[in-house]
Structures are given as structure tokens and as C-alpha cells.
Design a protein around this ligand. Structure first.
Ligand SMILES: [Fe+2]
Length: 148
């Protein structure tokens, strides 16, 4: 099978603000614009093309598989910037991360409202883990909804 996900367009209110947020929080680089897009490349060769659009923007979900060390950095930046976090997509566990599949996972919003997730193990990769369903409080984490 040779089909690989290569690029997508992410609609946002302000491509600079959203692209820089993605890059800053995830530890990636903003590339040179290819009008009308501002690109951010991920490690597995996917280009996220940020585009400023008018009107309402549907909430999209983007999940990023990261190393434990990268997760440490992401979580530290989320706490430092007081970006509200939650352990689950439904907001039942505010200010916390999950330990699903024996790894760690966190959900947060970017400036256009898209729902981002960073996780260290893919869904279902360790179904036997005793940490499935466990959440952990993150000291200093913001829990209120983002006002941006
Ligand atoms: Fe997800």
C-alpha cells in the first residue's frame, strides 16, 4: 500500500496566529508561505497548510503522536502559557492528562477553536494497560475555557 497522508488545509481566523501556536506548542517550525497558505510540517512528512478564512470555522480535531520527552515540553508550554487542558475530549477531566495505553495524552484548543491532542501512544496500542482510564492532575494547569 503506497497511500500516505501528505497535506491538508486548516481553516483559521488568522493563519499567522494559528500556525505559530501549533508550531510553538508542539515544537515545530513555521515554513515559508505558499500563498494563500502558511505551512507547518510534521515529522512524518505531513504539511499542515494554514489558511485565513472568513465566517464560521467548524471545529476540527488534530492529534499528534509525540515522544515522552516531547510531551514533557508540550505540557510545560501549555502550563506556562496557561492554555486550558483536559484529559478527555468531553471536558470531564479539566486540568488533567490521561494515561491511556500506558502513555500520556492531553487535549487543548488552538486560537481558531480547533481541538488538538498530543499523545505518546496510539489509541488501543496497549489495551491491557492498567493505566487505561486513569487521569493525573497537572500542577499549575489552567482549567477555564480559553477566552481566545
Ligand atoms: Fe483523538
Amino acid at each position: 500500500m503506497s497511500v500516505e497522508f501528505n497535506h491538508t488545509i486548516i481553516p483559521c481566523h488568522d493563519r499567522e496566529e494559528s500556525a505559530r501556536f501549533f508550531a510553538r506548542i508542539l515544537g515545530l517550525q513555521v515554513g515559508e508561505p505558499t500563498e494563500p497558505f502558511l505551512p507547518v510540517d510534521t515529522a512524518n512528512g505531513v504539511t499542515l497548510d494554514f489558511a485565513t478564512v472568513g465566517g464560521d470555522i467548524p471545529t476540527l480535531h488534530f492529534a499528534f503522536l509525540v515522544s515522552e520527552a516531547e510531551f514533557d515540553g508540550i505540557l510545560a508550554r501549555l502550563v506556562e502559557e496557561q492554555i486550558p487542558i483536559q484529559a478527555d475530549p468531553h471536558g470531564r477531566h479539566l486540568g488533567r492528562i490521561n494515561r491511556n495505553d500506558g502513555g500520556r495524552g492531553v487535549y487543548f484548543r488552538e486560537p481558531s477553536g480547533h481541538a488538538l491532542e498530543a499523545l505518546t501512544r496510539p489509541y488501543g496500542s496497549h489495551p491491557e494497560s492498567e493505566l487505561n482510564g486513569v487521569t493525573e492532575e497537572v500542577p499549575g494547569a489552567a482549567v477555564r475555557p480559553s477566552v481566545r
